[in-house]
Design a protein around this ligand. Structure first.
Ligand code: OSB
Ligand code: MG
Length: 367
Protein backbone atom coordinates (compact mmCIF):
# COMPACT_ATOMS: atom_id res chain seq x y z
CA UNK A 1 0.00 0.00 0.00
CA UNK A 2 0.97 3.63 -0.49
CA UNK A 3 0.70 6.28 2.21
CA UNK A 4 -1.16 9.03 0.33
CA UNK A 5 -1.74 11.45 3.15
CA UNK A 6 -0.77 11.98 6.79
CA UNK A 7 -2.79 14.18 9.14
CA UNK A 8 -1.65 15.24 12.61
CA UNK A 9 -4.17 16.40 15.22
CA UNK A 10 -2.88 18.09 18.37
CA UNK A 11 -5.55 17.37 20.96
CA UNK A 12 -6.43 18.84 24.33
CA UNK A 13 -8.89 16.94 26.50
CA UNK A 14 -9.76 17.64 30.11
CA UNK A 15 -9.70 14.67 32.46
CA UNK A 16 -12.67 13.80 34.67
CA UNK A 17 -10.42 13.98 37.71
CA UNK A 18 -6.75 14.87 38.22
CA UNK A 19 -4.13 12.09 38.29
CA UNK A 20 -1.14 12.42 40.65
CA UNK A 21 2.12 10.50 40.49
CA UNK A 22 5.44 11.08 42.23
CA UNK A 23 6.37 13.39 39.32
CA UNK A 24 3.30 15.61 39.31
CA UNK A 25 -0.43 16.09 38.83
CA UNK A 26 -2.19 16.03 35.49
CA UNK A 27 -5.51 17.81 34.94
CA UNK A 28 -5.76 17.44 31.19
CA UNK A 29 -4.10 15.60 28.34
CA UNK A 30 -2.37 17.32 25.44
CA UNK A 31 -1.47 14.59 22.97
CA UNK A 32 -1.34 13.93 19.24
CA UNK A 33 -3.42 11.71 16.99
CA UNK A 34 -1.94 10.62 13.66
CA UNK A 35 -4.08 9.54 10.71
CA UNK A 36 -2.54 7.88 7.65
CA UNK A 37 -4.56 7.30 4.48
CA UNK A 38 -3.87 4.87 1.65
CA UNK A 39 -4.76 5.08 -2.04
CA UNK A 40 -8.14 3.41 -1.41
CA UNK A 41 -9.22 5.92 1.21
CA UNK A 42 -8.68 3.60 4.18
CA UNK A 43 -7.49 5.36 7.37
CA UNK A 44 -5.13 4.11 10.06
CA UNK A 45 -4.81 5.80 13.46
CA UNK A 46 -2.03 6.16 16.01
CA UNK A 47 -1.69 8.08 19.28
CA UNK A 48 1.36 9.91 20.58
CA UNK A 49 1.16 9.46 24.35
CA UNK A 50 3.34 12.42 25.36
CA UNK A 51 2.05 14.99 27.82
CA UNK A 52 2.52 18.76 28.02
CA UNK A 53 5.77 18.59 30.00
CA UNK A 54 8.77 16.19 30.02
CA UNK A 55 8.08 14.72 33.48
CA UNK A 56 7.72 11.01 32.69
CA UNK A 57 10.48 11.04 30.05
CA UNK A 58 12.36 13.54 27.90
CA UNK A 59 9.67 13.82 25.25
CA UNK A 60 6.69 16.12 25.42
CA UNK A 61 3.87 16.97 23.07
CA UNK A 62 5.41 20.04 21.44
CA UNK A 63 8.76 18.31 20.80
CA UNK A 64 6.94 15.29 19.40
CA UNK A 65 4.86 17.55 17.13
CA UNK A 66 7.98 19.11 15.58
CA UNK A 67 9.90 15.83 15.40
CA UNK A 68 7.05 14.12 13.58
CA UNK A 69 6.61 17.01 11.15
CA UNK A 70 10.27 17.57 10.37
CA UNK A 71 11.77 14.08 10.66
CA UNK A 72 9.25 11.21 10.58
CA UNK A 73 6.47 12.14 8.20
CA UNK A 74 8.85 12.97 5.32
CA UNK A 75 10.13 9.39 5.61
CA UNK A 76 6.70 7.80 5.13
CA UNK A 77 4.43 10.14 3.16
CA UNK A 78 3.93 9.07 -0.51
CA UNK A 79 5.99 5.95 0.21
CA UNK A 80 5.15 2.42 -0.83
CA UNK A 81 4.97 0.11 2.19
CA UNK A 82 4.81 -3.69 2.27
CA UNK A 83 4.71 -4.34 6.00
CA UNK A 84 4.70 -2.11 9.11
CA UNK A 85 7.80 -3.89 10.42
CA UNK A 86 9.64 -1.72 7.84
CA UNK A 87 8.75 1.50 9.65
CA UNK A 88 10.84 1.23 12.83
CA UNK A 89 14.12 0.58 10.91
CA UNK A 90 13.35 3.60 8.68
CA UNK A 91 13.21 5.77 11.82
CA UNK A 92 16.19 4.18 13.56
CA UNK A 93 18.87 6.66 12.45
CA UNK A 94 17.07 9.33 14.49
CA UNK A 95 17.78 8.98 18.19
CA UNK A 96 15.13 8.59 20.87
CA UNK A 97 11.73 10.27 20.47
CA UNK A 98 10.08 6.89 20.90
CA UNK A 99 6.55 8.12 21.55
CA UNK A 100 6.53 10.16 18.34
CA UNK A 101 7.91 7.22 16.35
CA UNK A 102 5.35 4.90 17.90
CA UNK A 103 2.42 7.16 16.94
CA UNK A 104 3.31 7.17 13.25
CA UNK A 105 4.19 3.47 13.21
CA UNK A 106 0.97 2.61 15.07
CA UNK A 107 -1.15 4.43 12.49
CA UNK A 108 0.59 2.44 9.75
CA UNK A 109 -0.01 -0.85 11.62
CA UNK A 110 -3.72 -0.03 11.87
CA UNK A 111 -3.86 0.84 8.16
CA UNK A 112 -2.02 -2.37 7.26
CA UNK A 113 -4.40 -4.56 9.29
CA UNK A 114 -7.42 -2.81 7.73
CA UNK A 115 -5.99 -3.27 4.22
CA UNK A 116 -5.66 -7.00 4.96
CA UNK A 117 -9.15 -7.16 6.48
CA UNK A 118 -7.80 -8.48 9.77
CA UNK A 119 -7.71 -7.24 13.35
CA UNK A 120 -4.62 -5.44 14.60
CA UNK A 121 -4.39 -8.11 17.33
CA UNK A 122 -4.17 -10.91 14.75
CA UNK A 123 -1.77 -8.92 12.56
CA UNK A 124 0.53 -8.75 15.61
CA UNK A 125 0.24 -12.49 16.24
CA UNK A 126 -2.11 -12.20 19.22
CA UNK A 127 -4.71 -14.86 19.84
CA UNK A 128 -6.64 -13.89 22.99
CA UNK A 129 -10.34 -13.11 22.62
CA UNK A 130 -10.36 -11.02 25.77
CA UNK A 131 -7.77 -9.40 28.01
CA UNK A 132 -7.66 -8.74 31.73
CA UNK A 133 -7.88 -5.24 33.06
CA UNK A 134 -6.39 -3.66 36.17
CA UNK A 135 -6.51 -0.03 37.19
CA UNK A 136 -3.89 2.52 38.23
CA UNK A 137 -4.88 4.88 41.04
CA UNK A 138 -3.10 8.17 41.61
CA UNK A 139 -1.67 9.48 44.87
CA UNK A 140 -4.41 10.85 47.14
CA UNK A 141 -4.06 13.52 49.81
CA UNK A 142 -6.23 11.41 52.01
CA UNK A 143 -5.89 7.62 52.39
CA UNK A 144 -9.62 7.37 53.16
CA UNK A 145 -10.36 8.59 49.60
CA UNK A 146 -7.93 6.04 48.19
CA UNK A 147 -9.62 3.21 50.12
CA UNK A 148 -13.00 4.36 48.76
CA UNK A 149 -11.64 4.37 45.25
CA UNK A 150 -10.11 0.90 45.67
CA UNK A 151 -13.43 -0.45 46.90
CA UNK A 152 -15.33 1.07 43.97
CA UNK A 153 -12.90 -0.38 41.43
CA UNK A 154 -12.75 -3.81 43.07
CA UNK A 155 -16.56 -3.86 43.05
CA UNK A 156 -16.50 -2.96 39.35
CA UNK A 157 -14.40 -6.07 38.77
CA UNK A 158 -10.91 -4.72 38.05
CA UNK A 159 -8.54 -7.66 38.47
CA UNK A 160 -5.62 -5.81 40.00
CA UNK A 161 -5.15 -2.50 41.76
CA UNK A 162 -2.03 -0.42 41.33
CA UNK A 163 -1.41 2.51 43.63
CA UNK A 164 1.12 5.24 43.09
CA UNK A 165 3.60 5.85 45.89
CA UNK A 166 6.19 8.49 46.75
CA UNK A 167 8.50 9.04 49.73
CA UNK A 168 6.29 9.70 52.75
CA UNK A 169 3.25 8.08 51.13
CA UNK A 170 4.38 4.48 50.78
CA UNK A 171 4.55 1.91 53.60
CA UNK A 172 1.87 3.61 55.70
CA UNK A 173 -0.53 3.67 52.72
CA UNK A 174 0.09 0.03 51.80
CA UNK A 175 -0.31 -1.03 55.44
CA UNK A 176 -3.68 0.72 55.60
CA UNK A 177 -4.85 -0.85 52.32
CA UNK A 178 -3.86 -4.34 53.51
CA UNK A 179 -5.90 -3.84 56.69
CA UNK A 180 -9.06 -3.67 54.60
CA UNK A 181 -8.03 -5.71 51.53
CA UNK A 182 -5.72 -8.47 52.83
CA UNK A 183 -5.88 -10.63 49.68
CA UNK A 184 -6.33 -8.03 46.95
CA UNK A 185 -3.99 -8.39 43.95
CA UNK A 186 -2.12 -5.19 44.73
CA UNK A 187 1.01 -3.48 43.42
CA UNK A 188 2.71 -0.11 43.78
CA UNK A 189 4.34 2.22 41.24
CA UNK A 190 7.02 4.67 42.44
CA UNK A 191 7.75 6.33 39.08
CA UNK A 192 11.49 6.47 39.91
CA UNK A 193 11.06 8.34 43.22
CA UNK A 194 13.60 6.36 45.30
CA UNK A 195 17.34 5.60 45.42
CA UNK A 196 19.41 2.80 46.94
CA UNK A 197 19.44 4.86 50.16
CA UNK A 198 15.81 3.80 50.51
CA UNK A 199 16.40 0.04 50.53
CA UNK A 200 14.93 -0.09 54.04
CA UNK A 201 11.61 1.25 52.68
CA UNK A 202 11.58 -1.38 49.92
CA UNK A 203 12.29 -4.06 52.52
CA UNK A 204 9.28 -2.90 54.51
CA UNK A 205 7.09 -2.95 51.39
CA UNK A 206 8.37 -6.47 50.85
CA UNK A 207 6.23 -7.63 53.81
CA UNK A 208 2.84 -6.82 52.23
CA UNK A 209 2.51 -9.52 49.60
CA UNK A 210 2.60 -7.10 46.67
CA UNK A 211 2.43 -8.51 43.14
CA UNK A 212 5.34 -6.26 42.22
CA UNK A 213 7.01 -2.91 42.85
CA UNK A 214 7.07 -0.86 39.65
CA UNK A 215 10.04 1.37 38.79
CA UNK A 216 11.37 2.16 42.28
CA UNK A 217 14.61 3.79 41.04
CA UNK A 218 15.50 6.15 38.24
CA UNK A 219 15.30 5.26 34.58
CA UNK A 220 19.00 4.69 33.81
CA UNK A 221 19.70 2.61 36.92
CA UNK A 222 19.62 -0.98 35.66
CA UNK A 223 22.54 -1.86 37.92
CA UNK A 224 20.98 -0.34 41.04
CA UNK A 225 17.71 -2.13 40.29
CA UNK A 226 19.65 -5.41 40.15
CA UNK A 227 21.23 -4.60 43.52
CA UNK A 228 17.80 -3.86 44.96
CA UNK A 229 16.17 -6.96 43.47
CA UNK A 230 18.75 -9.12 45.26
CA UNK A 231 17.61 -7.73 48.60
CA UNK A 232 13.83 -8.10 48.25
CA UNK A 233 11.63 -10.99 47.21
CA UNK A 234 8.80 -8.89 45.72
CA UNK A 235 9.39 -8.81 41.95
CA UNK A 236 10.63 -5.52 40.54
CA UNK A 237 8.76 -4.42 37.43
CA UNK A 238 10.49 -1.95 35.12
CA UNK A 239 8.61 0.77 33.27
CA UNK A 240 10.66 3.97 32.58
CA UNK A 241 13.93 1.97 32.32
CA UNK A 242 13.03 -0.05 29.22
CA UNK A 243 13.09 1.87 25.93
CA UNK A 244 14.11 -0.91 23.56
CA UNK A 245 14.92 -4.58 23.02
CA UNK A 246 18.57 -4.00 23.98
CA UNK A 247 17.70 -2.50 27.35
CA UNK A 248 15.25 -5.32 28.01
CA UNK A 249 18.01 -7.84 27.26
CA UNK A 250 20.44 -6.02 29.56
CA UNK A 251 17.88 -5.81 32.38
CA UNK A 252 17.28 -9.56 32.10
CA UNK A 253 21.01 -10.32 32.03
CA UNK A 254 21.68 -8.14 35.08
CA UNK A 255 18.67 -9.40 37.04
CA UNK A 256 17.24 -5.88 37.30
CA UNK A 257 13.62 -7.04 37.17
CA UNK A 258 11.35 -10.06 36.97
CA UNK A 259 8.49 -8.32 35.16
CA UNK A 260 8.30 -5.63 32.47
CA UNK A 261 5.53 -3.10 31.93
CA UNK A 262 5.43 -2.72 28.15
CA UNK A 263 4.23 0.62 26.87
CA UNK A 264 4.07 0.81 23.11
CA UNK A 265 4.98 4.50 23.09
CA UNK A 266 7.91 4.13 25.44
CA UNK A 267 9.59 1.49 23.26
CA UNK A 268 9.02 3.21 19.89
CA UNK A 269 6.13 1.15 18.58
CA UNK A 270 4.43 -2.19 18.09
CA UNK A 271 7.27 -3.86 16.18
CA UNK A 272 9.74 -3.23 19.02
CA UNK A 273 7.09 -4.18 21.62
CA UNK A 274 6.66 -7.50 19.82
CA UNK A 275 10.44 -8.13 19.83
CA UNK A 276 10.59 -7.41 23.57
CA UNK A 277 7.62 -9.73 24.07
CA UNK A 278 9.37 -12.60 22.30
CA UNK A 279 12.64 -12.03 24.18
CA UNK A 280 10.89 -11.98 27.57
CA UNK A 281 8.84 -15.07 26.75
CA UNK A 282 12.08 -16.92 26.04
CA UNK A 283 13.57 -15.80 29.40
CA UNK A 284 10.55 -16.29 31.66
CA UNK A 285 10.06 -12.57 32.25
CA UNK A 286 6.35 -11.82 32.58
CA UNK A 287 4.76 -8.83 30.86
CA UNK A 288 1.77 -6.59 31.09
CA UNK A 289 0.68 -3.57 29.11
CA UNK A 290 0.90 -0.21 30.87
CA UNK A 291 -1.05 2.93 30.17
CA UNK A 292 -0.35 6.61 29.54
CA UNK A 293 -3.81 8.08 30.16
CA UNK A 294 -4.65 7.34 26.54
CA UNK A 295 -7.65 8.34 24.52
CA UNK A 296 -9.52 5.54 22.77
CA UNK A 297 -6.99 5.26 19.94
CA UNK A 298 -4.12 4.47 22.30
CA UNK A 299 -6.36 2.19 24.35
CA UNK A 300 -7.21 0.19 21.23
CA UNK A 301 -3.51 -0.30 20.46
CA UNK A 302 -2.89 -1.41 24.05
CA UNK A 303 -5.67 -3.98 23.82
CA UNK A 304 -4.20 -5.37 20.59
CA UNK A 305 -0.66 -5.84 21.93
CA UNK A 306 -1.97 -7.36 25.18
CA UNK A 307 -3.44 -10.27 23.17
CA UNK A 308 0.09 -11.69 22.75
CA UNK A 309 0.62 -14.78 24.88
CA UNK A 310 3.25 -13.52 27.33
CA UNK A 311 1.11 -10.58 28.55
CA UNK A 312 0.13 -12.61 31.59
CA UNK A 313 -0.68 -9.94 34.21
CA UNK A 314 -3.70 -7.62 33.98
CA UNK A 315 -2.77 -4.31 32.32
CA UNK A 316 -3.49 -0.66 33.18
CA UNK A 317 -5.92 -0.19 30.30
CA UNK A 318 -9.23 0.62 31.96
CA UNK A 319 -12.51 1.65 30.33
CA UNK A 320 -12.87 4.84 28.26
CA UNK A 321 -14.83 6.47 31.06
CA UNK A 322 -11.90 6.12 33.49
CA UNK A 323 -10.63 9.55 32.37
CA UNK A 324 -13.04 10.83 29.70
CA UNK A 325 -16.53 12.34 29.65
CA UNK A 326 -16.46 11.46 25.95
CA UNK A 327 -13.86 9.45 24.08
CA UNK A 328 -12.76 9.80 20.45
CA UNK A 329 -13.81 6.25 19.52
CA UNK A 330 -17.01 4.34 19.04
CA UNK A 331 -17.92 2.01 20.57
CA UNK A 332 -16.18 2.95 23.82
CA UNK A 333 -13.71 0.62 25.55
CA UNK A 334 -15.73 -1.17 28.19
CA UNK A 335 -14.55 -3.34 31.04
CA UNK A 336 -16.90 -6.01 32.34
CA UNK A 337 -15.86 -8.21 35.25
CA UNK A 338 -12.33 -6.95 34.78
CA UNK A 339 -12.11 -8.07 31.17
CA UNK A 340 -12.15 -6.31 27.82
CA UNK A 341 -13.46 -8.17 24.76
CA UNK A 342 -10.99 -7.78 21.90
CA UNK A 343 -12.90 -6.10 19.05
CA UNK A 344 -13.35 -8.18 15.91
CA UNK A 345 -13.57 -5.40 13.30
CA UNK A 346 -10.46 -4.85 11.14
CA UNK A 347 -7.53 -2.81 12.42
CA UNK A 348 -7.82 -1.26 15.89
CA UNK A 349 -11.45 -2.37 15.86
CA UNK A 350 -13.01 0.93 16.95
CA UNK A 351 -14.18 3.77 14.71
CA UNK A 352 -12.58 7.14 15.31
CA UNK A 353 -15.34 9.74 15.68
CA UNK A 354 -14.13 12.77 13.69
CA UNK A 355 -16.80 15.03 15.21
CA UNK A 356 -15.34 14.38 18.64
CA UNK A 357 -11.75 14.69 17.37
CA UNK A 358 -12.64 18.05 15.83
CA UNK A 359 -14.25 19.19 19.05
CA UNK A 360 -10.99 18.79 20.99
CA UNK A 361 -8.36 19.52 18.30
CA UNK A 362 -6.20 22.61 18.91
CA UNK A 363 -3.90 22.35 15.88
CA UNK A 364 -3.95 20.31 12.70
CA UNK A 365 -1.37 19.67 10.00
CA UNK A 366 -1.80 17.80 6.70
CA UNK A 367 0.95 16.31 4.53
O1 OSB B 1 3.94 5.01 35.37
O2 OSB B 1 2.48 3.72 34.57
C1 OSB B 1 2.87 4.87 34.80
C2 OSB B 1 0.21 7.42 33.78
C3 OSB B 1 1.00 8.41 33.24
C4 OSB B 1 2.36 8.26 33.22
C5 OSB B 1 2.95 7.10 33.77
C6 OSB B 1 2.15 6.10 34.31
C7 OSB B 1 0.76 6.28 34.35
C8 OSB B 1 -0.16 5.34 34.97
C9 OSB B 1 -1.60 5.40 34.54
O3 OSB B 1 0.14 4.57 35.83
C10 OSB B 1 -1.97 4.35 33.57
C11 OSB B 1 -3.29 4.66 32.90
O4 OSB B 1 -4.32 4.64 33.58
O5 OSB B 1 -3.30 4.94 31.69
MG1 MG C 1 4.73 3.14 35.73
Amino acid sequence: FIIQEVIMYKMKMEMKSPFTTSFGTQYDREFILVEVKDENGLSGWGECVTSSLPLYSEEYTNTAWIFMKECLIPLVVHQQMNHPDEVFPKFEAYKGNYMAKSAVEGAIWDLYAKSKGTTLAKALGGSKQHIESGISLGIQENTEDLLQSIKKNVDEGYKRIKVKIEPGRDVSVVKEIRKFFPDLPLMVDANSAYTLDDVHIMKELDRYNLLMIEQPLTSGDLIDHATLQQQISTPICLDESIHCYREARQAIELGSCKIINVKIGRVGGLTEAKRIHDLCKEHGIALWCGGMLESGVGRAHNIAIATLANFTYPGDTASSDRYWEEDVISPLVEVHNGTIMVPQRPGIGYEVDLDIVNKYVVEKATF
